[in-house]
Write a protein of this length. Structure first.
Lengths: 249, 295
């Protein structure tokens, strides 16, 4: 694979009068883990939704593995296979078992046969310590288990990029670690990831690069050690001071 | 006490208020409820028996001989229970078509995009129209209007078939709205999750949205079907001899209305199982939701 895994060029997005993204330029190299930090409403989630084509961009380009996905006439369903997304609220399908949740898309979208899809799902479940939950319904699982199942569901499509949208925000504090552990494992295996997070310690630990968003623009980006210890932009500094004051770093 | 349901509260401590409630029901409450039941029915019985026309009513409506004879039928009068089989036939066939047609209408109404505007309009007009017209008028219009058209495939069907068509048209409009409420009750994030995995709009609807929507609307759906079972009696206006009509024929020639009581009992008899089944599904749903909320 040559070139970046994902690149955004001048991406803009408004909801009515409210301009949420004001020209985002961002390049994510293969196997890179990029964390988006910033206050609520800074545009992190919207950025991920645009990459997933859940929200159409107003202007600018998004390119995934050399293909412009924001071009006219692009097959949205085909593009989304390459991009896995995990949501804050898990969004598992409550009427399906964990196994059915995971095998639905491989079977219906990739047309894998049942056996192959279940084999792959079981492999992933084993790796993430959920094999004994494969026949349970989501409401029988803890929040951490549900979120891990949701990550497995996205991975089952073998995406080339994973987008994680505040994946630990809905979890009880004692369940956060197990989900972060899973993401750390993915990073070590070389999964390309774009992560919106409030977990500064985690971002510092896992990211190759941290981007600080404010009011729809990337104000500052760089390796985590620099961003977290000597941020250049005064607003980044102020944001981090608030985070430290709140005991979140 | 072993009647406690599963739940996390159980592991913490036995729930004393509920135990006390059960004990009370075991003693004084049973006594009170029995007494009030006896008194209640005694009053009703007294009113009926003491009414000035009670003897005539007993003879006209509850005469054992006529109850039995209308049930079985005579050489010149149709058996009410035999005719009731036609009602069963009508609602069984109707239900199948209603379930399908209503789902199509509900789905069409929810398709977004400007291209599908005319389809949405047709679906909306359909539900507005057939929910607005009284069933009996639809029966007349279909049953007497379509044969008058002289169309090769459509105009020479049986009265029962026209009756079924009218029932399907009217009830599909109601059931479509029930489906639609179910579809709209499934949170948009479910669709977002399905689409993000690469499922098409149609696949998302089929595998993710509809299974959840239909599960949620089963109780109101069964409720509509209970209504349908009774409304099959109206098909008799087209000339079909179903239970209500057979009872009427018997009453008119024998001057005894025990046949109506027989027909009424048959309708009740077939409705009760469905009603209890609906109750059970509602209770099960409630349990599930509570279990879900706890987890």
């Amino acid at each position: 694979m040559n070139g970046p895994a994902l690149s955004l060029e001048g991406v803009r997005k408004s909801f009515g009068e409210n301009e949420v993204l004001r020209g985002i330029d961002l390049v994510v190299e293969p196997h890179e883990v990029v964390c988006l930090i910033g206050a609520s409403g800074s545009g992190k989630s919207t950025l991920l939704k645009c990459v997933n084509l859940t929200e159409p961009v107003d202007s600018g380009r998004i390119v995934v593995e050399g293909e412009e996905i924001t071009a006219e006439g692009v097959n949205v369903n085909r593009v989304r296979r390459k991009i896995g997304i995990v949501f804050q609220a898990f969004n598992l399908f409550p009427h399906m078992t964990v196994l059915q949740n995971i095998t639905l898309a491989p079977r219906e979208v990739l047309k894998m046969d049942r056996k192959a899809a279940e084999g792959r799902a079981s492999e992933l479940l084993e790796r993430f310590g959920l094999l004994d939950k494969r026949d349970e319904y989501p409401d029988r699982l803890s929040g951490g288990q549900q979120q891990r199942a949701a990550i497995v569901r996205a991975l089952a499509m073998r995406p080339s990029v994973m987008l994680l949208d505040e994946v630990t925000s809905a979890l009880d504090p004692e369940l956060v670690a197990e989900v972060l552990g899973v993401i750390r494992g993915l990073a070590e295996e070389g999964m390309t990831m774009l992560i919106a997070t409030h977990e500064m310690g985690f971002a510092r630990d896992i990211a190759n690069r941290v981007c600080f968003l404010e009011a729809g623009t990337i104000l500052e980006q760089g390796p985590p050690e620099r961003i977290f210890t000597s941020p250049e932009n005064p607003r980044t500094r102020r944001f981090l001071q608030r985070i430290i004051a709140a005991g979140r770093l | 006490m072993t009647t406690r349901g599963p739940g996390p509260a159980d592991s913490l401590e036995p729930s004393p208020p509920r135990d006390r409630g059960s004990k009370m029901l075991g003693g004084r409450a049973v006594l009170v409820s029995s007494l009030s039941t006896i008194l209640f029915f005694a009053v009703i019985a007294a009113i009926v028996v003491l009414a000035p026309g009670s003897e005539i009513v007993a003879e006209r409506f509850f005469d054992p001989f006529h109850l039995r004879q209308s049930f079985l039928g005579t050489e010149s009068e149709p058996s009410v229970v035999g005719a009731f089989l036609l009602n069963v036939y009508i609602f069984t066939i109707s239900e199948v078509f209603i379930l399908i047609l209503a789902l199509v209408i509900a789905v069409v109404r929810g398709i977004p995009g400007p291209i599908f505007f005319p389809f949405r309009m047709v679906a909306i007009a359909y539900t507005d129209l057939f929910r607005g017209i009284p069933l009996i008028l639809v029966l007349y219009i279909i049953g007497f209007g379509v044969p008058g058209l002289g169309l090769a495939g459509l105009s020479y069907l049986s009265d029962v078939t026209y009756g079924i068509i009218a029932l399907v048209l009217v009830y599909s409009a109601y059931v479509a709205e029930v489906y639609r409420a179910g579809i709209e009750s499934v949170h948009e994030s479910q669709n977002a999750a399905a689409r993000s995995l690469g499922l098409s709009r149609w696949q998302s609807l089929r595998f993710v949205i509809l299974p959840q929507a239909i599960r949620r609307v089963i109780p109101p759906l069964l409720n509509d079907f209970i209504g349908l079972q009774k409304d099959t009696a109206l098909v008799s206006v087209l000339g079909s001899i179903e239970a209500a009509r057979a009872a009427q024929i018997y009453g008119a020639s024998q001057f005894n209305y025990a046949s109506y009581v027989v027909a009424a009992l048959l309708f009740v008899l077939i409705t009760i199982p469905l009603a209890r089944f609906t109750d059970r599904l509602i209770a099960r749903d409630k349990r599930r939701r509570q279990a879900g909320a706890v987890a």
